[in-house]
Design a protein around this ligand. Structure first.
Ligand SMILES: *[C@@H]1O[C@H](CO)[C@@H](O)[C@H](O)[C@H]1NC(C)=O
Ligand SMILES: *[C@@H]1O[C@H](CO)[C@@H](O)[C@H](O)[C@H]1NC(C)=O
Ligand SMILES: *[C@@H]1O[C@H](CO)[C@@H](O)[C@H](O)[C@H]1NC(C)=O
Ligand SMILES: *[C@@H]1O[C@H](CO)[C@@H](O)[C@H](O)[C@H]1NC(C)=O
Length: 219
């Protein structure tokens, strides 16, 4: 499904003194221009915050609040980008870009889903995971985004994050593993593991008893 959508992305990744822009291109087609999560400002804000904070909870990061300074920055940048060229703004914030997703939630999920390619055993920046690491960066506290309809290419979303993430050398402490057990279920402690074993044994016994009971009942 993701391959059906066109994604031009740019990642602005930060080092204390320098920054570098990297372009990644994924695939495909056109999008509803009337989608409320883009066209209605309040729906856009709540969809972005809901999805962003859903990911952040999973990766042990605090919820972001909406920052109108960042929203204004993103919006004015998009207004200046009259040809929808998908270049990064060059601004002082962390920045995630997406285009062509069917709704605002799906745009954020495209960033969150990069987690599948992130190597927690070798933390750092990669073109394929830079949106994810900014999304769940622990010391980021606020976000503000803008969007613009770019003809048949669909909606172009620009999110700014402050304090900015993707700071070189800080990935290990800033990008936590999934603590929620969702997806790749991880048992968080020996006690939980022991409980899981006991529950499995009990389920197994119940199944044996039920099968036996049906077996004897038919005789
Ligand atoms: C909130 O975000 C999550 C993750 O993107 C999504 O699964 C869920 O549908 C969203 N809920 C609402 C009400 O938009
Ligand atoms: C979650 O983050 C807090 C502080 O940010 C840290 O102390 C705690 O160990 C983290 N929990 C997990 C399970 O990583
Ligand atoms: C919003 O972002 C601006 C720009 O970085 C920052 O100065 C301001 O403190 C932020 N607002 C809040 C409430 O954090
Ligand atoms: C957003 O788009 C995705 C992908 O098409 C879809 O699965 C999801 O239901 C949509 N969410 C909303 C709230 O419309």
């Amino acid at each position: 499904m993701r391959l059906l959508f066109l994604l031009h992305t740019l990642i602005l990744f930060a080092r204390p003194s320098s920054s570098t822009a990297i372009v990644t291109v994924t695939a495909a087609p056109a999008i509803p221009s009337n989608e409320p999560s883009y066209s209605i400002a309040s729906s856009f804000t709540s969809a972005i915050l809901n999805s962003t904070n859903t990911y952040r909870r999973q990766y042990n990061a605090s919820s972001l609040s909406w920052n109108t300074t960042l929203e204004k920055f993103a919006t004015s940048y998009l207004q200046s980008d009259t040809t929808c060229r998908f270049a990064h703004s060059g601004g002082p914030y962390g920045e995630n870009l997406a285009i062509g997703y069917p709704n605002a939630t799906a745009s954020v999920e495209a960033w969150g889903n990069e987690e599948a390619k992130y190597n927690f055993n070798d933390p750092g920046f990669s073109e394929e995971t830079g949106h994810f690491t900014q999304l769940v960066w622990k010391t980021t506290t606020t976000v503000g985004c803008g969007r613009r309809l770019c003809g048949t290419k669909g909606w172009f979303v620009v999110c700014e994050y402050w304090p900015r993430g993707n700071v070189g050398g800080e990935y290990a402490k800033e990008v936590d593993r999934n603590i929620d057990g969702g997806g790749g279920t991880r048992l968080s402690s020996p006690i939980v593991a022991a409980i899981a074993v006991v529950v499995s044994l009990v389920q197994c016994c119940v199944i044996i008893v039920v099968v036996w009971w049906f077996g004897t009942a038919k005789l």
